[in-house]
Design a binder for this molecule. Sequence first.
Ligand code: HEC
Length: 178
Amino acid sequence: MFGHKVLLGGMTAVALVVAGAALAIDPPKLGTPAPEMLIRLFDISIPPDGTGLPAGQATAKQGEAVFMARCAACHGERGEGATNDRIASGIGTLQDEVQTFKTVGSYWPYATTLFDYVRRAMPYNAPLSLTDEEVYAAIAYVLFLSRIVGETDVIDAKSLPAVKMPNRDAFINAYTPG
Ligand code: HEC
């Protein structure tokens, strides 16, 4: 299912190396418009409403293999934390006086941020190496570990923005009055 390396993942990694080499030779050309290719490499932000989410889809069931291969070493097999952070569960602990767990499940207000963040920054030791399908798969599994989505729920550009995160309403938008 994830055999064909496509879209942003592999291509971006290669292009970044190429762009990096070009930048190493050329000093920054301040005042010169950046090439379209370079802009595309950095213009990958996904806002809360999910605008710009790419094609592709996966369920947590499919995501388990990706998570075990690419994430579990650092985040634990159930996202409970290993050498690095706990990223799952902990829901409802933010007000706990003894121990709080600030995780994707307990803290993050938007599920779409997961796509943005994992695509650009994870795995920590190989960012931008996942295909879009693999990103959907890994984050479906992360959401499933916190029981925010079901094991066979299809996560894609349409369903991800509709996922309501448990802590969504505890945030105040300081920029919108009222
Ligand atoms: C080599 C270790 C390593 C691997 C592999 C790895 N991560 Fe991470 N992850 C980290 C570190 C370190 C951080 C904290 C980064 C920071 O704060 O700048 C992090 C942070 C995160 C966060 C943000 C947690 C928060 O609440 O701020 C998420 C989500 C995440 N990783 C998901 C993943 C997923 C999904 C994968 C697999 C595709 C993955 N990680 C693979 C080391 C790793």
